[in-house]
Design a protein around this ligand. Structure first.
Ligand code: GLN
Length: 541
């Protein structure tokens, strides 16, 4: 019998539900149970693909090409899973499916309603993930905050699941903020109490409450939360501030949360094993070195825009016993005042991330040029790969005004152009080249050294690519395309053999990076930054 854990949030969003959900998964995995995780996003978009990362955080791409909420990234990193599109359920998907059924005539004669038709669709989606993944426990996180209008059908669906699956097979975890007042330093539980009331009004009584508080909650706050939440004190846990997010499962488990959950769900009692996880956390928290990396992007204002990249850099850092300090720099800085690019000298590495559209593109190109000319380790991802090609075409091959047609549709040298199969596509949702595709690695290249393989699978999300008509010219001048699609026509990796470390990929290695298993391109980059800082003549791989 599969068990269901539902996680809701109160008081405000971004309270750390995703991390708590991932941590519950980790606690269960540490005891040998198989888990999967679902994120429910109550917005009406069918998927996250059409949303601006600046507003909503990055779009996380799954192996099967789903454009999903960034919480799936946390689940995958914490639980070392490859999730599917279906693990992210949105209002858009649910309504689309129900309306399609209505048009087909599946409900002939009936009035189609939120209860039961929408709620049935939600439940059947959760159950179908459970059936597909063959796990012991399915974690389902309901995005947003209890009380949001959009969330109601989802809460109603999970309420019904208790009736249908049984008390012993379902568990409600409510995560809510407990702020500390500046002046009196008091921990305030009232907002949390209100959010529990809101949940009850819908018919859900939480089994566990996780207080998100800057510090470990005191006895008084704990007592109040238990009393007003109508749960025993040993069902209240606290997710307090820690140095690294990866410590959260450990601090919650120390408070007894793992054992409590297993007991409550009637899972066999087992000792937890965190050996590997702890090794990674130790390495992360006790670095011997430090590197400073300039991330030249355009969504620098919101850290969540680059969350997988930041994490991939951290995983790589832990593997090199190195603290990676990431400095977000707005690419437009170098457009407004070109001489400012000199500030990049102070960094051990330059990183140009994914991106869309012309804003900041010239600034990124200036940063790439600086990295190339000054032998500073460089890593470019997706748009960063495309702009590195543009920079090389302009400044080494002498192709004046070379560009991507995404930026300048009339460029005389469109070295980056729309992929042929993208021409004529007008619908914007889920129409990019998405998900994992095979890449063939050229022997005796840096790529080969890093990946130790002649064939890799990496995740993509793009519409543009290197224009095959320019490949010969670019390679003649010294750029090496060391990774290509199996038919050889799609450029996937570029590198400069005469540079200390100059590497870029059309794909996104960050989506496959895991704690303790850093992604090869990020690992190579951080290692190169460190080696150069330690004044090694060549990076050692
Ligand atoms: N805008 C570019 C494209 O669509 C790059 C996309 C990206 O960086 N993910 O091809």
């Amino acid at each position: 019998m599969v068990k269901y854990v539902f996680v809701t949030g109160g008081v405000l969003s971004s309270v750390g539900k995703g991390i708590v959900t991932s941590s519950i998964g980790k606690m269960l995995q540490a005891r040998g149970f198989k888990v999967t995780a679902i994120k429910i996003d109550p917005y009406v978009n069918v998927d996250a693909g059409t949303m601006n990362p600046y507003m909503h955080g990055e779009v996380y791409v799954t192996e099967d090409g789903g454009e999903t909420d960034l919480d799936l990234g946390w689940y995958e990193r914490f639980l070392d899973l490859n999730l599917k599109k279906e693990n992210n359920i949105t209002t858009g998907q649910v309504y689309r499916a129900v309306i399609e059924k209505e048009r087909r005539g599946d409900f002939l004669g009936r009035c189609v309603q939120i209860v039961p038709h929408i709620t049935n669709e939600i439940k059947s989606r959760i159950r179908s993930v459970a059936a597909d993944s063959k796990v012991d426990v399915v974690l389902t996180e309901v995005g947003g905050t209890v009380g949001d209008i959009e969330g109601l059908p989802f809460l109603e669906a999970i309420r019904q699941m208790r009736l249908e699956e049984g008390y012993e097979n379902t568990l409600y975890v409510h995560v809510a903020l407990v702020p500390i007042l500046d002046v009196t330093k008091e921990m305030k539980t009232k907002p949390l109490q209100h959010s529990v009331n809101e949940l009850r009004r819908i018919g859900i009584q939480p089994d566990i409450i996780v207080a998100r508080c800057p510090q470990m909650i005191d006895a008084e706050a704990l007592r109040k939360i238990a009393l007003f939440g109508t749960i025993p004190e040993n069902a209240v846990f606290c997710s307090y501030n820690v140095e690294s997010i990866y410590q959260v499962p450990l601090i919650l488990d120390e408070q007894g949360m793992g054992d409590f959950i297993c007991k409550r769900l009637g899972l066999p009692e087992r000792k937890s094993n965190y050996d590997e996880w702890k090794r990674f956390v130790e390495a992360l928290l006790n670095p011997e070195h430090e590197v400073r990396i300039a991330l030249v992007g355009k969504y620098a204002g919101l850290v969540d825009s680059y969350v997988s990249m930041n994490e991939a850099l951290r995983h790589a850092g832990a593997a090199c016993k190195t603290k990676v300090r990431i400095h977000h720099i707005e690419a437009e800085t170098f457009e407004k005042s070109p001489s400012k690019v000199e500030m990049l000298k102070e960094f051990d590495g330059i990183f140009v991330p994914y991106g869309f559209g012309p804003r900041g593109a010239e600034g990124k190109i200036a940063a790439i040029k600086f990295a190339r000319e000054n032998n500073i380790p460089f890593l470019g991802i997706c748009f960063g790969f495309q702009l590195a090609t543009v920079e090389f075409a302009r400044n080494v091959c002498g192709l004046k005004d070379a560009n991507s047609t995404e930026i300048d549709p009339n460029s005389p040298h469109p070295v980056i152009d729309l992929m042929p199969e993208q021409r004529g596509i007008e619908l914007k949702g889920a129409t990019m080249r998405l998900g994992a595709h095979k890449i063939i690695i050229k022997p005796n290249t840096l790529a080969h050294k890093l990946y130790q393989s002649e064939e890799i699978f990496e995740r993509h999300r793009h519409r543009f690519e290197v224009n095959i008509d320019y490949v010969e010219k670019l390679e003649k001048e010294g750029l090496v395309f060391s990774g290509r699609s199996p038919d050889g026509r799609r450029m996937e990796i570029l590198e400069l053999p005469n540079h200390y470390f100059f590497f870029a990929s059309q794909f996104h290695g960050e989506f496959k990076s895991r704690p303790g298993k850093p992604d090869p391109e990020y690992h190579g980059f951080v290692k190169a930054c460190l080696d150069r800082k330690l004044r090694k003549a060549k990076p050692e791989f």
